[in-house]
Design a protein around this ligand. Structure first.
Ligand SMILES: [Mg+2]
Length: 239
């Protein structure tokens, strides 16, 4: 059954593993390994929800939470900061997809759980996407992380659309797709890393959680989806 194509007025993109490569090393795990008694989850709850200006600022925030860092840890955090801010690489078709959809008159949003240096890297590799975005909602700015739906609501409100008029595009079922569907948004699952999503795939196949509106293998396929393309009548959704 064809979707109501005239309904979608905004496309909201996750960033990591949707528009750019994910971090080659998990920054929370690296930092946790440098601090006695800190878990990766503890570190995440600090670095992903604070706007951090510099490596030195990162160290001072970590010290506030975990106590004094060793000289070795400070050096390692500085190294990590540098490597994370140069790590993101644009995924194939990411910029073209966003700009094509933008040029069709849809609003564009970015919605990401991300820490500051990685986002700085995103601004460097996808400046045209950042420029084209009408709303940018980042966990390091709002202090809230997915799957909490509040950042989704913030993005929708900032774009001036109803949930049912917004399409979420993301790679992680539990953090991008499920919260979007729960809010009444449409959701395109970019299943670029199926091995990391096997648990969700099984739950979907067993009917325990809702099926994404559409599933694709890469972000480059999104602009040609019928749900986003009034003119492309040949593209039929199967299933
Ligand atoms: Mg992601």
């Amino acid at each position: 059954m064809p979707h109501n194509i005239s309904q979608i007025k905004a496309a909201i993109f996750d960033i990591g593993a949707t528009l750019v490569t994910g971090p080659p090393v998990a920054p929370n795990k690296v930092i946790a390994s440098l601090i006695d008694g800190a878990t990766a989850a503890d570190v995440s709850s600090v670095i992903m929800t604070t706007e951090i200006q510099s490596a030195e600022h990162a160290c001072s925030i970590l010290e506030k939470r975990f106590g004094r860092l060793s000289g070795e840890a400070v050096m390692a955090v500085c190294e990590l900061w540098k490597s994370q801010s140069t790590a993101p690489e644009a995924l194939g078709g990411a910029a073209e997809t966003v700009l094509t959809i933008k040029n069709r008159g849809l609003k564009i949003g970015l919605l990401s759980d991300i820490w500051s240096p990685y986002y700085a890297g995103v601004e460097r590799v996808l400046p045209e996407v950042v420029e084209a975005s009408d709303a940018i909602v980042l966990s390091c700015r709002t202090g809230v992380r997915k799957p909490d739906t509040s950042n989704f609501r913030t993005a929708i409100d900032a774009l001036g659309v109803e949930a049912s008029e917004a399409l979420m595009v993301g790679d992680t079922y539990t953090h991008d797709i499920l919260p979007a569907l729960e809010l009444g948004m449409k959701a395109v699952w970019v299943l670029a890393r199926p091995e990391r999503e096997s648990e969700s795939i099984i739950r979907i196949l067993n009917g325990e959680v809702p099926v994404p509106t559409i599933t694709v293998a890469s972000v480059g396929e999104v602009a040609s989806l019928r749900i986003l393309n009034v003119d492309m009548l040949t593209q039929e959704r199967v299933g």
